[in-house]
Design a protein around this ligand. Sequence first.
Ligand code: COA
Length: 335
Amino acid sequence: MKIENSLPCPQLPETPPQTELQFTVATEEDFDDIMAMSQDIYGGLDYLPTRYQAWLQESNRTVILARKQGKVIALESVCVIDDGETMLVEGLRVAPQERGKGVAGVLLRFCSQLIKSKYPEVKVTRLTRDDKLGPKDFQKYRLITKQGILLVRFCAEDLKLRLAELGPDIGLPGDSLPAPKPPVRLEQAEVLDLFLSSELMQDVLPNATIVQDWQPFKPLPSNMDILLKKDIDWMVDDASQPSVASLCTFPFHVPIGEDWFYLNIDVFGKDLRLAVQQLLCHLRRHTGTLKGHVMCQVFLDPPLWKPMADFFRQTLGVELVKEYTEQCVVESDVV
Ligand SMILES: CC(C)(COP(=O)(O)OP(=O)(O)OC[C@H]1O[C@@H](n2cnc3c(N)ncnc32)[C@H](O)[C@@H]1OP(=O)(O)O)[C@@H](O)C(=O)NCCC(=O)NCCS
């Protein structure tokens, strides 16, 4: 096994004899090869084509490719966050014909050693999984938090009409109470004030974690710098005493079709009516200008999944793409 480019070469992990792998730092020129091996990933809903160029520009991120006889067969990205204490693993994928042979395991271990040598202060590895974790995984990882994933699909123009019909109502089945006062969309300074206040956010954030899309961050100034550079709408019910907060990542293209978008909304807090109200605001704001098909992923407190799914189906007439799944944030110590 060898690593090319000028990366400091760490003590390499032991390689199974059948995997003659080389490791390289990903560059812009690798884009087509990476897309070629990613074609079947996430049923056409891969975020990497949209994020790849930006990832290469991020100073705290390293994107590593594994090659076999020169051909790209796997990718992993590692981002150093939490004041340098955490390596966040993302984007892991192995070419379909190479799966089940231990490649992901070798790549994970390689990246871990590489990052450890580059950033000796890193203490833990964090990742977010949506596959079913078993006892073997929990021997390796501790669970930090989990959110339910509600995946729905709609046509932006249809939803826009439905939202207009709904008016100011929140439209929860069986709910006749007046709508709560409108939620507040936060400016950057307000985001900092609020999310860095552990006192105000302790009952809102799951295990003191801001999970934005698939990235878990501790509420620290250095992480807020990263988050505030992203295209996100931040919302709360009440900036001085929040019960529910939500982050809407701006819609982005996915490879499934030319006019297909992903719209991801993270909801923190346990109050269903407030959560619904904020979702409606995000949907109104972002479907206003979108044209085409939208896959909308709502991450929320697990007990809110069922009533929220009913709301989407019954009130918004929106189709569920899959039943309940979970987004699990897990971590392990770096040894
Ligand atoms: C998931 C995937 C990367 C596994 O690749 P693989 O080479 O077949 O996996 P391996 O044979 O090395 O065995 C699995 C190893 O990877 C780990 N693994 C599996 N899925 C993982 C994931 N999503 N994140 C981190 N590690 C994962 C396993 O825990 C195991 O580690 P171990 O060697 O320490 O026991 C591959 O099936 C794939 O590319 N799937 C499509 C993309 C995808 O779902 N990626 C997950 C992103 S969350």
